[in-house]
Design a protein around this ligand. Structure first.
Ligand code: TXA
Ligand code: MG
Length: 337
């Protein structure tokens, strides 16, 4: 079959489009181009997952090391059958029935059609079905599964607005700018490895171990620690970093001049910060997760701020996922203290 390359697909300058031009973006994906699109977690940078050359462009655009595998995005649950190797553990479908579409990524043995560049040579592939209507429609129109990491340069803050993607200045063809989403998770999906009727959480997210246990009480749910043999590059110590130093804050921290401070609930105390952003006023951790990257981006972009301080959250439920992102974001600045 001869493939038609749509006009504009290979131009260097990124085109900002909206949800009314999805078929254009879908054509571009099918022809091997790169499209950044909104999801209910973070913006993704997508390419046709079955086209190794297109997927290579993602690694190039993001400056992402080739050892870090990509999540494949689908529009319908039946696509799981073509992406995973048979026989498929029934737990895969039970998880899918409970949590797809939504912020859950399932890792399982890969089918042969998936090029090894997608999985960084691993025998497993990660698959997710976003609930964001724009993401879902784009993938449906593209008629191919879409490999997509978060649409940021490797190691930088994840994008939760199209403005955060623009700021990265990556070489991509289309950016679908649609920031409105009813259910905004704000942090990346929970990544779960399915192995012998067991779930192993490789990356915590909005869907917690307790959520899985509640829906599937007979299933063992474990959390992968750095000491386990399970390898997932998402467990890197340093990740999601702002370009300015980021430190944890408690009420006794002496803030240097030009500090930005991110708090997660209102307080009667006063702090000597140049700017304070509240990720939530009420201490609601779902709200904090939804606003986490936006708060960090705002501090990163503010010329008056030279370093950022952030309150830790409790390490319970979603707090585990928030602290996972924050500890990685602050990791490279720890040695400077
Ligand atoms: O919410 C999300 O998951 C977003 C949106 C765009 O869907 N995507 C995202 O992708 O966060 P990324 O590339 O930033 O993170 C994907 C992580 C990898 O770093 C890795 O930890 C894990 O998913 N992963 C992907 N494929 C894997 C595999 N075959 N085995 C183990 N872990 C895998
Ligand atoms: Mg990422």
């Amino acid at each position: 079959m001869l493939w038609r390359v749509p006009r504009n697909c290979w131009r260097k300058k990124m085109q900002l489009i909206n949800k009314n031009s999805l078929s254009q973006a879908a054509d571009c994906l099918r022809a091997g181009g790169l499209v950044a699109f909104p999801t209910e977690t973070v913006y993704g940078l997508g390419a046709n997952a079955l086209d190794a050359v297109a997927v290579a462009k993602i690694f190039e655009a993001k400056k992402r090391p080739s050892f870090d595998p990509l999540i494949v995005h689908i529009a319908e649950k039946k696509q799981l059958e073509t992406l995973f190797a048979h026989p498929i553990d029934p737990l895969v479908f039970r998880l899918a029935d409970c949590f797809m579409p939504g912020p859950l990524t399932i890792v399982y043995k890969k089918a042969d059609i998936i090029p090894s560049i997608v999985t960084s040579g691993l025998g497993n592939v990660a698959v997710r079905m976003p609930s964001h209507p724009v993401a879902n429609e784009l993938i449906r129109l593209a008629k191919v599964p879409v490999a997509a990491p978060s649409a940021n340069l490797f190691g930088q803050l994840s994008p939760t607005s199209y403005r955060h993607v623009v700021k990265q200045k990556m070489e991509i063809d289309y950016l679908i700018a649609e920031d409105d989403c009813e259910q905004k998770a704000g942090i990346e999906s929970t990544v779960v490895l399915v192995q012998q009727n067991k779930c192993i959480i490789l990356r915590p997210g909005i869907i917690t171990a307790a959520d899985i246990k509640e829906k599937l009480p007979d299933v063992d749910v474990e959390t992968a620690s750095k000491n386990t043999e399970i390898s997932s590059p998402g467990l890197l110590n340093s990740h999601y970093s702002p370009t300015k130093p980021l430190y944890f804050f408690d009420d006794n921290t002496k803030l240097p001049p030009s500090s930005g401070l991110i708090l997660h609930r209102d307080t009667t105390l006063t702090f000597n910060a140049k700017r304070i952003i509240y990720s939530s006023h009420s201490g609601n951790l779902l709200e904090t997760a939804a606003n986490l990257f936006e708060s960090l981006h705002q501090m990163e972009d503010d010329p008056q701020i030279t370093q950022i301080y952030i309150q830790p959250t409790e390490k319970q439920g979603i707090g585990i996922s928030i602290m996972d992102r924050l500890e990685k974001a602050a990791f490279r600045f720890l040695s400077e203290l």
